[in-house]
Write a protein that binds this ligand. Structure first.
Ligand code: HEM
Ligand SMILES: *[C@@H]1O[C@H](CO)[C@@H](O)[C@H](O)[C@H]1NC(C)=O
Ligand SMILES: *[C@@H]1O[C@H](CO)[C@@H](O)[C@H](O)[C@H]1NC(C)=O
Ligand SMILES: *[C@@H]1O[C@H](CO)[C@@H](O)[C@H](O)[C@H]1NC(C)=O
Length: 358
Protein backbone atom coordinates (compact mmCIF):
# COMPACT_ATOMS: atom_id res chain seq x y z
CA UNK A 1 0.00 0.00 0.00
CA UNK A 2 1.61 3.27 -1.04
CA UNK A 3 1.54 6.35 1.10
CA UNK A 4 -1.17 8.57 -0.26
CA UNK A 5 -2.94 11.80 0.41
CA UNK A 6 -4.22 10.47 3.71
CA UNK A 7 -0.88 11.12 5.31
CA UNK A 8 -0.81 14.71 4.07
CA UNK A 9 -4.31 15.28 5.29
CA UNK A 10 -3.23 13.98 8.66
CA UNK A 11 -0.38 16.48 8.71
CA UNK A 12 -2.59 19.35 7.64
CA UNK A 13 -5.21 18.43 10.22
CA UNK A 14 -2.48 18.14 12.82
CA UNK A 15 -1.10 21.53 11.80
CA UNK A 16 -4.49 23.11 12.35
CA UNK A 17 -4.97 21.36 15.68
CA UNK A 18 -1.49 22.21 16.88
CA UNK A 19 -2.29 25.88 16.46
CA UNK A 20 -4.82 25.66 19.24
CA UNK A 21 -3.22 22.95 21.34
CA UNK A 22 -0.89 23.38 24.28
CA UNK A 23 2.40 21.47 23.97
CA UNK A 24 1.50 19.00 26.69
CA UNK A 25 -1.53 17.60 24.89
CA UNK A 26 -0.06 17.40 21.39
CA UNK A 27 0.88 13.75 21.52
CA UNK A 28 -2.69 12.84 22.55
CA UNK A 29 -4.13 14.85 19.71
CA UNK A 30 -1.92 13.10 17.18
CA UNK A 31 -3.09 9.70 18.39
CA UNK A 32 -6.72 10.80 18.31
CA UNK A 33 -6.54 12.22 14.82
CA UNK A 34 -4.78 9.20 13.41
CA UNK A 35 -7.18 6.75 14.97
CA UNK A 36 -10.55 8.44 14.64
CA UNK A 37 -10.51 10.36 11.40
CA UNK A 38 -8.65 8.00 9.11
CA UNK A 39 -9.94 4.45 8.95
CA UNK A 40 -8.22 2.49 6.16
CA UNK A 41 -9.73 3.28 2.74
CA UNK A 42 -11.25 0.57 0.54
CA UNK A 43 -8.86 -0.86 -2.07
CA UNK A 44 -8.77 1.21 -5.28
CA UNK A 45 -10.99 0.14 -8.16
CA UNK A 46 -9.05 -1.76 -10.84
CA UNK A 47 -8.05 0.34 -13.85
CA UNK A 48 -9.96 -0.53 -17.01
CA UNK A 49 -8.60 -0.14 -20.54
CA UNK A 50 -9.23 3.27 -22.16
CA UNK A 51 -12.77 3.40 -23.49
CA UNK A 52 -13.03 2.91 -27.23
CA UNK A 53 -14.52 5.77 -29.18
CA UNK A 54 -12.94 8.79 -27.52
CA UNK A 55 -11.95 11.24 -30.23
CA UNK A 56 -11.57 14.99 -30.66
CA UNK A 57 -14.58 15.19 -33.03
CA UNK A 58 -17.04 13.45 -30.74
CA UNK A 59 -19.43 16.43 -30.63
CA UNK A 60 -18.99 17.59 -34.23
CA UNK A 61 -22.53 16.46 -35.12
CA UNK A 62 -24.32 16.39 -31.76
CA UNK A 63 -23.08 19.79 -30.60
CA UNK A 64 -20.83 21.46 -33.16
CA UNK A 65 -20.32 24.64 -31.11
CA UNK A 66 -19.43 22.82 -27.86
CA UNK A 67 -15.64 23.08 -28.05
CA UNK A 68 -15.82 26.69 -29.24
CA UNK A 69 -18.03 27.66 -26.30
CA UNK A 70 -15.73 25.98 -23.82
CA UNK A 71 -12.73 27.62 -25.46
CA UNK A 72 -14.10 31.13 -25.51
CA UNK A 73 -15.58 30.95 -22.01
CA UNK A 74 -12.38 29.48 -20.54
CA UNK A 75 -10.37 32.13 -22.30
CA UNK A 76 -12.56 34.90 -20.84
CA UNK A 77 -12.37 33.45 -17.33
CA UNK A 78 -8.59 32.99 -17.40
CA UNK A 79 -7.98 36.38 -19.04
CA UNK A 80 -9.73 38.05 -16.13
CA UNK A 81 -8.02 35.88 -13.48
CA UNK A 82 -4.88 34.04 -14.56
CA UNK A 83 -4.86 31.94 -11.40
CA UNK A 84 -7.89 30.09 -12.79
CA UNK A 85 -5.61 28.22 -15.20
CA UNK A 86 -4.04 26.38 -12.27
CA UNK A 87 -7.47 25.71 -10.82
CA UNK A 88 -8.78 24.12 -14.04
CA UNK A 89 -5.64 22.03 -14.57
CA UNK A 90 -5.77 20.64 -11.05
CA UNK A 91 -9.51 19.86 -11.27
CA UNK A 92 -8.95 17.64 -14.31
CA UNK A 93 -5.98 15.93 -12.65
CA UNK A 94 -7.88 15.26 -9.42
CA UNK A 95 -10.83 13.99 -11.44
CA UNK A 96 -8.80 11.54 -13.53
CA UNK A 97 -6.90 10.02 -10.58
CA UNK A 98 -10.09 8.89 -8.87
CA UNK A 99 -12.45 6.56 -10.82
CA UNK A 100 -10.98 7.78 -14.09
CA UNK A 101 -11.97 11.04 -15.79
CA UNK A 102 -15.69 10.86 -14.96
CA UNK A 103 -16.28 14.20 -13.22
CA UNK A 104 -16.72 12.39 -9.91
CA UNK A 105 -14.75 15.28 -8.39
CA UNK A 106 -17.69 17.59 -9.18
CA UNK A 107 -20.40 15.56 -7.43
CA UNK A 108 -21.73 16.99 -4.15
CA UNK A 109 -21.79 15.15 -0.86
CA UNK A 110 -25.17 13.80 0.22
CA UNK A 111 -26.55 13.15 3.69
CA UNK A 112 -25.14 9.61 3.66
CA UNK A 113 -21.92 10.15 1.70
CA UNK A 114 -18.91 12.46 1.77
CA UNK A 115 -17.88 13.13 -1.82
CA UNK A 116 -14.35 13.53 -3.24
CA UNK A 117 -14.55 17.32 -3.26
CA UNK A 118 -15.01 17.31 0.51
CA UNK A 119 -12.07 15.00 1.21
CA UNK A 120 -9.27 16.75 3.10
CA UNK A 121 -7.11 16.46 -0.03
CA UNK A 122 -9.56 18.66 -1.94
CA UNK A 123 -11.62 20.70 0.50
CA UNK A 124 -10.58 24.36 0.73
CA UNK A 125 -8.01 23.86 -1.99
CA UNK A 126 -9.66 22.74 -5.24
CA UNK A 127 -11.08 25.74 -7.06
CA UNK A 128 -13.07 26.50 -10.18
CA UNK A 129 -16.35 24.73 -9.45
CA UNK A 130 -18.52 27.82 -10.07
CA UNK A 131 -16.76 28.52 -13.34
CA UNK A 132 -17.29 24.95 -14.56
CA UNK A 133 -20.98 25.37 -13.68
CA UNK A 134 -21.12 28.52 -15.78
CA UNK A 135 -19.70 26.68 -18.81
CA UNK A 136 -21.97 23.68 -18.26
CA UNK A 137 -25.04 25.95 -18.07
CA UNK A 138 -24.17 27.46 -21.43
CA UNK A 139 -23.76 24.02 -23.01
CA UNK A 140 -27.07 22.85 -21.55
CA UNK A 141 -28.65 25.90 -23.16
CA UNK A 142 -27.20 25.20 -26.63
CA UNK A 143 -27.25 21.36 -26.58
CA UNK A 144 -29.20 20.00 -23.61
CA UNK A 145 -27.96 16.69 -22.21
CA UNK A 146 -25.14 16.23 -24.71
CA UNK A 147 -21.77 17.38 -23.35
CA UNK A 148 -20.42 15.54 -20.30
CA UNK A 149 -18.99 17.32 -17.28
CA UNK A 150 -15.87 15.13 -17.60
CA UNK A 151 -15.25 16.39 -21.15
CA UNK A 152 -15.71 19.97 -19.97
CA UNK A 153 -12.96 19.41 -17.36
CA UNK A 154 -10.62 17.96 -20.00
CA UNK A 155 -11.26 20.86 -22.40
CA UNK A 156 -10.96 23.66 -19.82
CA UNK A 157 -7.62 22.26 -18.63
CA UNK A 158 -6.21 22.41 -22.16
CA UNK A 159 -7.82 25.73 -23.11
CA UNK A 160 -6.62 27.36 -19.88
CA UNK A 161 -3.02 26.27 -20.42
CA UNK A 162 -3.11 27.61 -23.98
CA UNK A 163 -4.53 30.90 -22.68
CA UNK A 164 -1.49 31.42 -20.44
CA UNK A 165 1.06 30.57 -23.12
CA UNK A 166 1.33 26.77 -23.08
CA UNK A 167 1.32 24.62 -26.21
CA UNK A 168 -1.93 22.98 -27.22
CA UNK A 169 -2.77 19.29 -27.40
CA UNK A 170 -5.70 17.41 -28.91
CA UNK A 171 -8.37 16.55 -26.36
CA UNK A 172 -10.24 13.35 -27.10
CA UNK A 173 -13.90 13.54 -26.16
CA UNK A 174 -16.84 11.29 -25.43
CA UNK A 175 -16.26 10.64 -21.73
CA UNK A 176 -19.34 9.99 -19.64
CA UNK A 177 -19.99 11.15 -16.09
CA UNK A 178 -20.07 8.80 -13.13
CA UNK A 179 -22.65 8.75 -10.36
CA UNK A 180 -20.31 7.74 -7.51
CA UNK A 181 -17.94 9.98 -5.56
CA UNK A 182 -16.32 8.81 -2.32
CA UNK A 183 -14.00 10.94 -0.21
CA UNK A 184 -11.81 8.05 0.93
CA UNK A 185 -11.05 7.16 -2.70
CA UNK A 186 -9.65 10.65 -3.23
CA UNK A 187 -7.42 10.13 -0.20
CA UNK A 188 -6.07 6.84 -1.50
CA UNK A 189 -5.92 7.70 -5.21
CA UNK A 190 -4.28 11.12 -5.13
CA UNK A 191 -0.53 11.48 -4.61
CA UNK A 192 0.64 12.94 -1.32
CA UNK A 193 2.94 15.99 -1.17
CA UNK A 194 4.99 13.96 1.34
CA UNK A 195 5.47 11.00 -0.98
CA UNK A 196 8.88 9.68 -2.04
CA UNK A 197 9.79 8.70 -5.59
CA UNK A 198 8.67 5.08 -5.24
CA UNK A 199 5.32 6.07 -3.80
CA UNK A 200 4.74 8.65 -6.54
CA UNK A 201 5.61 6.09 -9.20
CA UNK A 202 3.06 3.60 -7.90
CA UNK A 203 0.30 6.18 -7.49
CA UNK A 204 0.72 7.21 -11.12
CA UNK A 205 0.99 3.59 -12.26
CA UNK A 206 -2.47 2.99 -10.77
CA UNK A 207 -3.86 5.27 -13.49
CA UNK A 208 -1.70 3.79 -16.22
CA UNK A 209 0.93 6.53 -16.17
CA UNK A 210 4.68 5.93 -16.44
CA UNK A 211 7.57 7.41 -14.47
CA UNK A 212 8.15 9.75 -17.40
CA UNK A 213 4.50 10.88 -17.29
CA UNK A 214 4.78 11.38 -13.54
CA UNK A 215 7.80 13.65 -13.89
CA UNK A 216 6.43 15.58 -16.86
CA UNK A 217 3.00 16.07 -15.27
CA UNK A 218 4.61 17.28 -12.05
CA UNK A 219 5.52 20.20 -14.32
CA UNK A 220 1.91 21.29 -13.76
CA UNK A 221 3.41 22.94 -10.69
CA UNK A 222 4.92 25.54 -12.98
CA UNK A 223 1.67 27.36 -12.18
CA UNK A 224 -0.40 27.77 -9.06
CA UNK A 225 0.04 27.87 -5.34
CA UNK A 226 0.46 25.60 -2.34
CA UNK A 227 -0.41 26.36 1.25
CA UNK A 228 2.33 26.45 3.85
CA UNK A 229 0.71 23.43 5.51
CA UNK A 230 1.82 21.31 2.55
CA UNK A 231 5.55 21.97 3.03
CA UNK A 232 6.31 23.80 6.30
CA UNK A 233 7.50 20.54 7.89
CA UNK A 234 10.50 20.93 5.53
CA UNK A 235 11.29 24.30 7.09
CA UNK A 236 10.73 23.79 10.79
CA UNK A 237 10.24 20.18 11.66
CA UNK A 238 12.37 18.04 9.41
CA UNK A 239 13.91 15.12 11.25
CA UNK A 240 15.33 13.09 8.35
CA UNK A 241 19.02 12.52 7.69
CA UNK A 242 21.17 15.66 7.59
CA UNK A 243 18.49 17.94 9.04
CA UNK A 244 19.84 21.42 9.78
CA UNK A 245 17.93 22.92 12.73
CA UNK A 246 14.75 21.23 11.57
CA UNK A 247 15.23 22.27 7.94
CA UNK A 248 15.31 19.77 5.06
CA UNK A 249 18.93 19.75 3.81
CA UNK A 250 17.83 19.03 0.23
CA UNK A 251 16.20 22.47 0.11
CA UNK A 252 18.41 25.22 -1.32
CA UNK A 253 19.44 27.42 1.63
CA UNK A 254 18.34 30.74 0.11
CA UNK A 255 15.04 29.26 -0.96
CA UNK A 256 14.52 27.87 2.55
CA UNK A 257 15.16 31.34 3.96
CA UNK A 258 12.69 32.86 1.50
CA UNK A 259 10.05 30.27 2.40
CA UNK A 260 10.50 30.84 6.13
CA UNK A 261 9.77 34.52 5.55
CA UNK A 262 6.66 33.64 3.55
CA UNK A 263 5.49 30.96 5.98
CA UNK A 264 6.15 31.85 9.60
CA UNK A 265 5.53 28.91 11.92
CA UNK A 266 1.85 28.34 12.57
CA UNK A 267 0.56 29.87 9.32
CA UNK A 268 -0.75 26.82 7.46
CA UNK A 269 -3.12 28.73 5.17
CA UNK A 270 -0.72 31.22 3.57
CA UNK A 271 -0.19 30.48 -0.14
CA UNK A 272 3.10 30.43 -2.06
CA UNK A 273 3.71 29.96 -5.80
CA UNK A 274 5.17 26.53 -6.46
CA UNK A 275 7.45 27.80 -9.25
CA UNK A 276 9.97 30.19 -7.67
CA UNK A 277 11.98 30.98 -10.81
CA UNK A 278 10.67 34.45 -11.67
CA UNK A 279 8.34 37.21 -10.60
CA UNK A 280 5.39 36.06 -12.69
CA UNK A 281 6.54 32.48 -12.98
CA UNK A 282 3.67 31.06 -10.96
CA UNK A 283 1.22 32.19 -13.60
CA UNK A 284 3.29 31.42 -16.70
CA UNK A 285 3.33 28.04 -18.32
CA UNK A 286 7.02 27.36 -18.89
CA UNK A 287 9.82 24.99 -17.94
CA UNK A 288 10.51 27.07 -14.80
CA UNK A 289 9.31 24.31 -12.50
CA UNK A 290 12.09 22.04 -13.76
CA UNK A 291 14.85 24.64 -13.52
CA UNK A 292 13.63 25.21 -9.98
CA UNK A 293 13.59 21.52 -9.03
CA UNK A 294 17.02 21.04 -10.61
CA UNK A 295 18.37 23.87 -8.42
CA UNK A 296 16.90 22.25 -5.26
CA UNK A 297 13.98 24.63 -5.32
CA UNK A 298 11.22 22.10 -5.52
CA UNK A 299 8.60 23.26 -3.02
CA UNK A 300 6.98 20.00 -1.94
CA UNK A 301 8.74 16.89 -0.73
CA UNK A 302 7.17 15.20 -3.78
CA UNK A 303 8.77 17.80 -6.10
CA UNK A 304 12.21 17.37 -4.54
CA UNK A 305 11.77 13.58 -4.71
CA UNK A 306 12.10 13.68 -8.50
CA UNK A 307 15.85 14.17 -8.02
CA UNK A 308 16.23 11.08 -5.88
CA UNK A 309 16.15 8.60 -8.76
CA UNK A 310 18.69 8.72 -11.57
CA UNK A 311 15.96 8.53 -14.22
CA UNK A 312 14.10 11.28 -12.38
CA UNK A 313 17.14 13.55 -12.15
CA UNK A 314 17.99 12.98 -15.83
CA UNK A 315 14.44 13.73 -16.92
CA UNK A 316 14.26 16.88 -14.77
CA UNK A 317 17.54 18.06 -16.36
CA UNK A 318 16.21 17.34 -19.84
CA UNK A 319 12.95 19.21 -19.22
CA UNK A 320 14.94 22.12 -17.76
CA UNK A 321 17.43 22.26 -20.65
CA UNK A 322 17.74 24.97 -23.29
CA UNK A 323 15.92 22.80 -25.83
CA UNK A 324 13.35 21.67 -23.31
CA UNK A 325 10.76 19.25 -24.72
CA UNK A 326 8.41 20.22 -21.87
CA UNK A 327 5.64 21.81 -23.96
CA UNK A 328 5.33 18.78 -26.21
CA UNK A 329 5.88 16.22 -23.46
CA UNK A 330 3.23 17.81 -21.25
CA UNK A 331 0.55 17.52 -23.95
CA UNK A 332 1.43 13.87 -24.59
CA UNK A 333 1.17 12.97 -20.91
CA UNK A 334 -2.04 15.00 -20.47
CA UNK A 335 -3.61 12.98 -23.29
CA UNK A 336 -2.65 9.78 -21.47
CA UNK A 337 -3.98 11.08 -18.16
CA UNK A 338 -7.19 12.17 -19.88
CA UNK A 339 -7.75 8.62 -21.12
CA UNK A 340 -8.05 7.21 -17.58
CA UNK A 341 -11.36 5.41 -17.69
CA UNK A 342 -14.03 4.71 -15.12
CA UNK A 343 -14.00 1.32 -13.36
CA UNK A 344 -15.51 -1.60 -15.27
CA UNK A 345 -19.24 -1.74 -14.82
CA UNK A 346 -19.59 1.82 -13.48
CA UNK A 347 -22.94 3.51 -14.13
CA UNK A 348 -22.28 6.39 -16.53
CA UNK A 349 -24.38 9.19 -18.00
CA UNK A 350 -24.18 12.77 -19.23
CA UNK A 351 -25.10 14.67 -16.10
CA UNK A 352 -27.41 17.65 -16.62
CA UNK A 353 -25.95 19.38 -13.59
CA UNK A 354 -22.34 18.56 -12.69
CA UNK A 355 -23.19 18.58 -8.97
CA UNK A 356 -25.74 15.75 -9.10
CA UNK A 357 -26.48 12.51 -10.86
CA UNK A 358 -29.55 12.78 -13.13
C1 HEM B 1 3.21 14.36 -8.42
C2 HEM B 1 2.31 14.35 -7.47
C3 HEM B 1 1.59 15.58 -7.04
C4 HEM B 1 1.42 15.99 -5.77
C5 HEM B 1 1.93 15.28 -4.53
C6 HEM B 1 0.71 17.23 -5.80
C7 HEM B 1 0.34 17.97 -4.68
C8 HEM B 1 -0.13 19.26 -4.71
C9 HEM B 1 -0.37 20.09 -3.56
C10 HEM B 1 -0.15 19.68 -2.11
C11 HEM B 1 -0.81 21.29 -4.00
C12 HEM B 1 -1.17 22.50 -3.15
C13 HEM B 1 -2.58 22.47 -2.68
C14 HEM B 1 -2.86 23.52 -1.64
O1 HEM B 1 -2.02 23.72 -0.76
O2 HEM B 1 -3.93 24.16 -1.71
C15 HEM B 1 -0.87 21.22 -5.43
C16 HEM B 1 -1.29 22.23 -6.23
C17 HEM B 1 -1.40 22.14 -7.60
N1 HEM B 1 -1.17 21.01 -8.36
FE1 HEM B 1 -0.31 19.31 -7.74
N2 HEM B 1 0.43 17.56 -7.10
C18 HEM B 1 0.94 16.56 -7.89
C19 HEM B 1 0.82 16.47 -9.26
C20 HEM B 1 0.17 17.38 -10.03
C21 HEM B 1 -0.20 17.17 -11.41
C22 HEM B 1 0.04 15.89 -12.18
C23 HEM B 1 -0.82 18.31 -11.83
C24 HEM B 1 -1.39 18.63 -13.17
C25 HEM B 1 -0.96 18.12 -14.29
C26 HEM B 1 -0.85 19.22 -10.71
C27 HEM B 1 -1.35 20.48 -10.74
C28 HEM B 1 -1.41 21.32 -9.66
C29 HEM B 1 -1.78 22.73 -9.77
C30 HEM B 1 -2.08 23.48 -11.05
C31 HEM B 1 -1.78 23.23 -8.47
C32 HEM B 1 -2.12 24.66 -8.03
C33 HEM B 1 -3.59 24.78 -7.77
C34 HEM B 1 -4.05 26.19 -7.50
O3 HEM B 1 -3.29 27.15 -7.64
O4 HEM B 1 -5.22 26.30 -7.13
N3 HEM B 1 -0.27 18.61 -9.63
N4 HEM B 1 -0.46 19.97 -5.84
C1 LIG C 1 -18.21 31.74 -28.29
O1 LIG C 1 -18.43 30.66 -29.19
C2 LIG C 1 -19.78 30.53 -29.64
C3 LIG C 1 -19.86 29.26 -30.47
O2 LIG C 1 -19.02 29.34 -31.58
C4 LIG C 1 -20.22 31.75 -30.39
O3 LIG C 1 -21.56 31.62 -30.77
C5 LIG C 1 -20.06 32.96 -29.48
O4 LIG C 1 -20.38 34.13 -30.18
C6 LIG C 1 -18.62 33.03 -28.96
N1 LIG C 1 -18.54 34.13 -28.02
C7 LIG C 1 -17.52 34.95 -27.99
C8 LIG C 1 -17.55 36.02 -26.96
O5 LIG C 1 -16.58 34.85 -28.75
C1 LIG D 1 9.26 5.35 0.36
O1 LIG D 1 8.24 5.25 1.29
C2 LIG D 1 7.85 3.92 1.56
C3 LIG D 1 6.59 3.93 2.42
O2 LIG D 1 6.62 4.93 3.39
C4 LIG D 1 8.99 3.18 2.23
O3 LIG D 1 8.63 1.85 2.51
C5 LIG D 1 10.19 3.20 1.28
O4 LIG D 1 11.29 2.63 1.90
C6 LIG D 1 10.52 4.62 0.86
N1 LIG D 1 11.48 4.56 -0.22
C7 LIG D 1 12.59 5.27 -0.22
C8 LIG D 1 13.48 5.09 -1.39
O5 LIG D 1 12.87 6.04 0.69
C1 LIG E 1 7.21 17.82 14.55
O1 LIG E 1 7.42 16.43 14.34
C2 LIG E 1 7.23 15.64 15.51
C3 LIG E 1 7.64 14.21 15.20
O2 LIG E 1 7.63 13.93 13.84
C4 LIG E 1 5.80 15.77 15.94
O3 LIG E 1 5.58 15.00 17.10
C5 LIG E 1 5.48 17.25 16.22
O4 LIG E 1 4.13 17.40 16.54
C6 LIG E 1 5.80 18.10 15.00
N1 LIG E 1 5.65 19.52 15.33
C7 LIG E 1 5.04 20.39 14.53
C8 LIG E 1 4.99 21.80 14.98
O5 LIG E 1 4.56 20.05 13.45
Amino acid sequence: MVRNYRSSAILIALGALLLIATPSCRADIIGDVLGKFFPPPPPPAPAAPAPAGLNPWFYSRSCPSATAWVQNMTSTIVASDRSMAAAFLRLHFHDCFVRGCDASVLLDSTSGNTAEKDALANANSLRGFAQIDQIKEKLEEVCPGVVSCADILALTARDAIVEIGGASWAVSLGRKDGVVSIASEAMSGLPSPFANYTELTSTFAEVGLSEKDMIVLSGGHTIGVAKCAAFSHRLYNFSGPGAINGTDPTLDADYAKFLKRKCPQGSPLIEVFMDPTGRFSGQTFDKGYFTGVKANRGLLTSDAALLTSSFGAQTVALEASANSPFMKDFGVSMQKMGAASAPNGAVLEVRKNCHFQN
